[in-house]
Design a protein around this ligand. Sequence first.
Ligand SMILES: [Zn+2]
Length: 314
Amino acid sequence: MSNYFVGIDLGGTRIKIGLVSGDVILSRKIVAADAAGGLAASLPVLEQEIDGLLQCAGTGVHALSGVGLAFPGIVDPVGQRILSTNQKYDDAMQVDVPGWVKKRWKVPFFIDNDARMAAVGEWKYGAARDTDNMVMMTIGTGIGSSAVIEGKVLRGRHFQAGVLGGHISIRYDGRPCNCGNIGCIEAYGSTWCLAETVRSAEDYAASVLAAAPVIDYYALFEAAAKGDRLAMRIRQECLDIWAAGVVNLIHAYDPEVVVIGGGVMSRPDELLPYITERVGRHAWTPWGKPAIRATALHSDAGILGVIYCLQHNI
Ligand SMILES: [Zn+2]
């Protein structure tokens, strides 16, 4: 009988869709995102992919028990509304996503912030299973965050508690961020600002990155590993920015475990030892040292988290 769920993690660069039964992802599909094109234009693509996953599993639409959506913005999961976006799917406040799910599949629906859902995934099934006090930081197109405190997923009066860790100022007189604030961590240490940081450097022309077709963290770390001076300097700056971000989250939420996820964690050995050492030196935690861990679930975290919330009504 029917016990299939579909979880969607709507990223700025990639959309991850998983067919879930219980706590197992039976099959998954990753498609390129068109965040600038908007959410309404993405729904037909999602519809096609969801039906495709059900078909491949040898089951029809009737076997679907629910759809969960992890969304990159501020989300009200109680009213099932997207409240605010920031340069990704900016039409989303006008899109009736629950109505779309109801019309197409007639099943329960759950929606919440993407980093919050990744945190739930890691807390229940991944790198933070051994604690009820954890925070997550995701480093990708933007920087996301979320917190679980004493076994409760932090949401807050306006549903934005915990999720704006990427928009904590690290430089009060720094760069404007696209959120409206100044000097946010995200304006210095995320993929959307990396290319500009690299290209505006004085020694850019002498760097191998000047010939790189795409400047992302993969290209930066590759160039740094080969001894490129500009790449090494910016990699170091980013490590210090991310460490500062982790310290901020520790000071704000008192976790026992910090999980770092996102695209950069495909190379955890290049990040974790340094960040752990620096955080250990600077975080004020007289009780001991929070464990700093790499994501265990990678791109499955948000899918498993949103389906957990849907199944358990939390
Ligand atoms: Zn910001």
